[in-house]
Write a protein that binds this ligand. Structure first.
Ligand code: MEV
Length: 451
């Protein structure tokens, strides 16, 4: 039996925002409820209309959670210059993306290719009967289904999208009587989740009705059990590739004095490890999604869908592998990323969130296909910068600089203290305590001994 905690609440969603906050403060911040209310409230937008908009985006909203909105300049993609918006809390990510972009800017930039843009969904159902009879009926059923969703698809068709393919699959290895109606969609510039799910649910209703009314089926075959109708976030046919390449001899000396040939060889080896070792592949791909997720969030897209799909795609050859690949051919270093990106530039949050709209404007209001190329290029730049650091200076070199600057900010160091700290910690181990001790000595006038 559930324990009575006094914290159970019903009808919470019906309370006003102030009432929700007050309930929360009384039950979970009872040491100082007023402080909690004040702090949560201090993040409300000063413009009431703007706050209303944010309140409407989700459920049980009590305040806003700020994340840094950053930009990475110098991206040259298919010959076009971009300054890319990135929403992310990890300090080194934007620096790494920018450095990757800058590195490739003078070397021709990123070339992208949208391989395909097909999205997919299924009606999952069970039916007891001879599979052959169902397959024989399917062509007729398919025509009725397509006709029956015209009211949903007409607009999308006008834009060049709609239902592209419908097929039936029998999967007895899962359950003897289990089938799927697999539907492929083109949703143009929309992510298309609502469109896809509406079509699938309409298909399911038609399926039930048509089988019930089919005079050729025996009574016990007239019942279909629809388990569910839902899009799949696995979109292996909604894929984009971004690539960079350059003569190795013209890459220039790398940080730490490494020759370009030695760098290229080590770089390719590092990527090969990520293609073959799951421990490294996971971290390698995490680095790619550092960049991808940040742009996905900034443009109002769904980062959970993108991540889920990306990791499933990384397993498409039977084991989890890196999403990027690197190789040397005819003296050139090639580095490329192939990643599924089912995204949109119209509808959903992309048209509600004022900063998502600004992000798209910053990118020149791209089509979904163009945005796929931009996002894949940011993932590749991110990955390049991370692996480049790893095989040259080591990752802590750059990270620690960021870490130091965060600690200094927390300790409210001024510019002159920061400059001194950066000089002092150049060859020393950075920790919060070490920085605090350094600053307090500096502030006590012992600075001349500290660095
Ligand atoms: C850190 O957020 C991401 C990296 O670990 C990625 C990588 O190791 O490739 C630096």
């Amino acid at each position: 039996m559930a324990q009575k905690t006094g914290k159970f609440v019903s009808g919470f969603s019906k309370l006003s925002k102030r009432e929700k906050l007050s309930w929360l403060a009384r039950h979970f911040f009872n040491a100082n409820p007023l402080d909690a209310v004040r702090e949560f409230g201090s993040f409300w937008h000063s413009n009431i209309e703007s706050q209303k908009l944010f309140d409407g985006i989700s459920e049980n909203v009590i305040t806003n959670f700020y994340l840094p909105y950053c930009v990475a300049p110098n991206f040259l993609i298919n010959g076009k210059a971009y300054c890319v918006p990135m929403v992310i809390e990890e300090s080194s990510v934007v620096a790494a993306a920018s450095s990757g972009a800058k590195f490739w800017h003078s070397k021709g930039g990123f070339q992208t290719e949208v391989i395909s843009t097909t999205k997919v969904g299924h009606v999952h159902f069970c039916w007891q009967g001879e599979p052959f009879n169902l397959f024989a009926f399917f062509d007729q059923l398919k025509a009725i289904m397509l006709e029956g969703v015209k009211h949903i698809t007409t607009n999308m068709e006008r834009r060049g999208g709609g239902v592209k393919n419908v097929e039936i699959l029998h999967l007895p290895e899962i359950e003897q009587d289990y089938y799927q109606i697999k539907v492929e969609f083109e949703t143009c510039d929309a992510m298309g989740a609502n469109f896809i799910n509406s079509v699938l649910e309409a298909f399911a209703e038609i399926l039930i009705k048509e089988i019930r009314e089919n005079v050729d089926f025996a009574d016990e075959q007239k019942e279909v059990q629809v388990i569910m109708s839902i899009l799949s976030n696995y979109t292996p046919s909604c894929v984009v590739r971004s690539q960079v390449s350059h003569p190795i001899s013209e890459l220039g000396k790398l940080k730490g004095g490494m020759e370009p040939e030695a760098f290229a060889e080590k770089f390719v080896r590092a990527v090969k490890i990520a293609r073959n070792d799951v421990y490294r592949a996971t971290t390698h791909n995490k680095g790619i999604f550092n960049g991808i997720d940040a742009v996905i969030i900034a443009t109002g897209n769904d980062f959970r869908a993108i991540e889920a799909c990306g990791h499933a795609y990384a397993c498409r050859n039977g084991k989890y592998q890196s999403l990027s690949n690197a190789y040397i051919e005819n003296g050139l270093l090639f580095f490329e990323l192939e990643v599924p990106l089912a995204i949109g530039t119209v509808g959903g949050l992309t048209t509600i969130h004022p900063l998502a709209k600004r992000s798209l404007e910053l990118l020149g209001n791209p089509s979904a296909r163009e945005l796929m190329g931009v996002i894949a290029s940011v993932g590749l730049a991110q990955n390049f910068a991370a692996v480049k650091s790893l095989v040259t200076t080591g990752i802590q070199f750059g990270h620690m600089k960021m870490h130091l600057s965060n600690i200094l900010l927390q300790l409210e160091a001024d510019q002159s203290e920061m400059d001194k700290a950066f000089a002092y910690f150049q060859d020393k181990t950075i920790s919060f305590t070490a920085v605090r001790v350094f600053l307090s000595k500096l502030r006590d006038g012992e600075g001349q001994f500290a660095y």
